[in-house]
Design a protein around this ligand. Structure first.
Ligand code: COA
Length: 252
């Protein structure tokens, strides 16, 4: 266990909290592994009937840990990030996101696999993969255009711009927006409502609403191959160097 993920179950609700606020809750491979394990245990067991993902401090998450990215692709056939994406995209029970602040990269793309997404007013959503010389992941290249249309998806992917919570609500990426102080209480209430509902009706409703496992898995594979290729490219190295040196990147 790292000290960067807190997992607690109460009243049939499991809450996973990213607890690395000093790094804006950037997610390391170890953290992905713990989150994947928690989602798998939730999906397989009957102790909890709702699952909440949130962050401690002022960020939901600043996305994948950049140092981990810089280490390049893992030789592991199923690295923890892949296990996490598989767990979040195949879980048969409801997943709820409480987006307490900015959600960057995988912070946004994981929301596309959550069934209820509640955001604080201070939340923003962005997917600046291209700014890092990378491509979208988590089947977001399929799910985001489906959710918001190609024009808005391209604005998010190609410019890297951050949507405000109200824009995310307007585009249907978020179900409700609360003041920062109200978010936690509102999510607790809804999570308990879901956890207290007829479990099979909830599961079956989820399966009816999102019965896309094959298409999602296939898109993740296509993305994964291109992502690994980009990670090994000079473009990625230049983007990271430019970010560290606080300058604009220069491409050959
Ligand atoms: N991976 C690793 N460390 C990260 C991180 C990430 N994704 N995001 C933030 N951090 C770290 C910073 O390096 C800094 O560490 P330090 O205090 O040891 O120097 C700390 O978190 C605080 O971040 P800082 O940049 O000082 O705060 P800020 O408020 O000025 O900016 C962000 C916050 C998130 C906007 C900025 O850190 C950022 O752009 N991070 C990269 C986000 C990103 O590109 N994620 C990948 C998406 S695909």
């Amino acid at each position: 266990m790292t000290q960067h993920v807190r997992i607690a179950t109460e009243d049939r609700v499991t809450t996973v909290t990213l607890t690395r606020p000093e790094k804006k809750n950037a997610i390391t491979q170890a953290m992905y592994g713990e989150m994947a394990e928690a989602i798998r245990a939730y999906g397989a067991g009957d102790e909890a009937r709702a699952f909440v993902i949130t962050g401690e401090g002022d960020y939901f998450t600043s996305g994948n840990d950049l140092q981990d990215f810089a280490r390049g692709s893992s030789s592991d056939s199923k690295p923890p990030v892949v296990q996490f994406l598989e767990a979040v995209s195949t879980c048969e029970k409801p997943l709820i996101a409480a987006v307490n602040g900015p959600a960057i990269g995988v912070g946004l793309t994981m929301l596309l696999h959550c069934d209820l997404v509640f955001a604080a007013e201070s939340a923003t959503l962005s997917a600046p993969f291209v700014k890092l010389g990378l491509v979208p992941e988590a089947a977001s290249s399929l799910l985001l255009p489906e959710a918001v249309g190609q024009a808005v998806a391209n604005d998010i992917f190609l410019t890297g711009r951050a949507l405000t919570a109200d824009e995310a609500l307007k585009f249907g990426l978020v179900s409700r927006v609360y003041t920062d102080g109200e978010l936690q209480g509102a999510v607790d209430e809804v999570a308990r409502l879901v956890a207290g509902s007829a479990p099979n009706a909830v599961k079956r409703t989820k399966s009816l609403v999102r019965d896309r496992h094959e298409a999602i898995a296939a898109q993740m594979q296509r993305e994964g191959a291109l992502f690994a290729d980009q990670l090994a490219s000079p473009d990625f190295a230049e983007c990271v160097a430019a970010m560290m040196q606080k300058r604009a990147p220069v491409f050959a």
